[in-house]
Design a protein around this ligand. Structure first.
Ligand code: FES
Length: 203
């Protein structure tokens, strides 16, 4: 590839480039004493993300991360780390990939899925923090999206089934949850979600 064509293909914004070249809040201390830890993604698909947090009075006072992900995953998580530090747990739990991508000035659309790992790992770290503290988790349900209205099946239930290895195919998902067996309108959305989850967690 000539340097010219490389420049033409480098379609990221200056903010993305800056965060990719100089990522903020990288975890480098092996003895970091975190209050919560979240690990998401799988090495099988090349994207794995670790986020660790320190919490004081329900505010994220520090956050570090590391990943084996691509440029988009690195830039998104670097930006996410700057946004999340200083937020309450409630605010941080509701950070979305779109909010992060907006601050980056956009990402190539085919790279958008890479940006979900950072905030997923952040939510997992908050879940872990609350679990370690023996506290109820008021946030988990608030971000669940109903995928199948007829059977009241949420994206979180589907994700749990894929992560546990109990569901690998759409047929297995239908057998275990009944999703898509009444009006059938959810089948398209559920199929896309299952593909994405299998990409991230399928073994
Ligand atoms: S919405 Fe899923 S079967 Fe109707």
């Amino acid at each position: 590839m000539s340097s010219n064509s490389f420049i033409q293909e480098w379609v990221y914004t200056d903010v993305v480039k800056d965060h990719f070249m100089n990522p903020r809040n990288i975890l480098s201390d092996p003895d970091y004493q975190e209050d919560g830890r979240g690990l998401e993604g799988s090495l099988a698909c090349g994207d794995q993300m670790l986020v660790v947090i320190k919490v004081t009075d329900d505010v994220i006072v520090d956050l570090k991360w590391k990943t084996y992900g691509c440029a988009s995953a690195i830039a998104s998580t670097s930006m996410m780390s700057e946004m999340a530090i200083g937020m309450t747990l409630d605010e941080a739990y509701h950070l979305t990939p779109s909010m992060i991508t907006d601050r980056l000035g956009g990402l190539p659309t085919h790279k958008f899925h890479c940006s979900v790992l950072g905030d997923k790992a952040l939510r997992a770290a908050i879940d872990d923090y609350l679990e370690r503290a023996g506290r109820e988790n008021p946030f988990k349900k608030s971000v669940a999206k109903v995928i199948c209205e007829c059977k009241n099946i949420t994206d979180q239930q589907i994700e749990a089934l894929v992560k546990s290895g109990d569901v690998k195919t759409f047929e297995q998902l239908q057998e275990q949850t009944g999703l898509g067996t009444v009006c059938g309108q959810c089948k398209g959305t559920a199929g896309e979600l299952l593909d994405e989850l299998m990409h991230l967690y399928g073994k």
